[in-house]
Write a protein that binds this ligand. Structure first.
Ligand code: S3P
Length: 169
């Protein structure tokens, strides 16, 4: 099987679903943010402050290039991966791209729990989150081979739906 790339806004559950896919269907899991943090030796917020967002985006593309040579992986992508066309091409060439779609209310509730996301600093309110999601929506939708609505579903239900649809669509 080719790779399965999970994309979606921050807090849409990409990491949780990747974990479920690994556990239930024995796929190999890659957590992009964790790989970048490990390699850089510092948290994402520090990469942003010391090296800037463009440097972080370059690290994402370099990692995706490597991943695109592999197969049988479920990849939990950073929420901003779709912002570069090159990234989208790399994913599409090497797997299926699955968009996890949530409502702004659900996203706000989830992202409010931690301070690890520099692009959301000072924006953890419904208006800003809705605006940012709306601005990114075309990029997510263009990149996606298939979309799964996640509101009101358990991680197990989402993983089952994903597996079934990736296998049959
Ligand atoms: C980002 C999403 C984050 C992380 C970085 C930037 C974004 O990943 O890559 O903070 O621009 O959407 P998660 O979607 O896993 O939170």
């Amino acid at each position: 099987m080719k790779n399965v790339y999970l994309i979606g806004f921050m807090g849409s559950g990409k990491s949780t679903i990747a974990y479920q896919m690994q556990k239930r269907f024995h796929l190999k899991r890659i957590e992009m943010d964790d790989r970048i943090v490990k390699k850089a030796g510092m948290p994402i917020s520090e990469i942003f402050t010391t090296q800037g967002e463009p440097a972080f985006r370059q690290m994402e593309t370099a990692l995706l290039k490597k991943i695109s040579y592999s197969s049988d992986h479920v990849v939990s992508c950073g929420g901003g991966v779709v912002l570069k066309l090159e990234n989208v091409r790399l994913m599409k060439r090497s797997g299926r791209v699955v968009l996890l779609k949530a409502s702004p209310q659900v996203i706000l509730e989830r992202v409010s729990r931690n301070n690890k996301r520099p692009v959301l600093e000072g924006k953890k309110n419904l208006k800003d989150i809705t605006e940012m999601m709306e601005a990114r929506r075309p990029a997510y939708e263009d990149a996606a081979d298939l979309t799964i609505d996640i509101d009101g579903k358990t991680p197990e239900e989402i993983a089952d739906e994903l597996y079934l649809r990736v296998m049959t669509e």
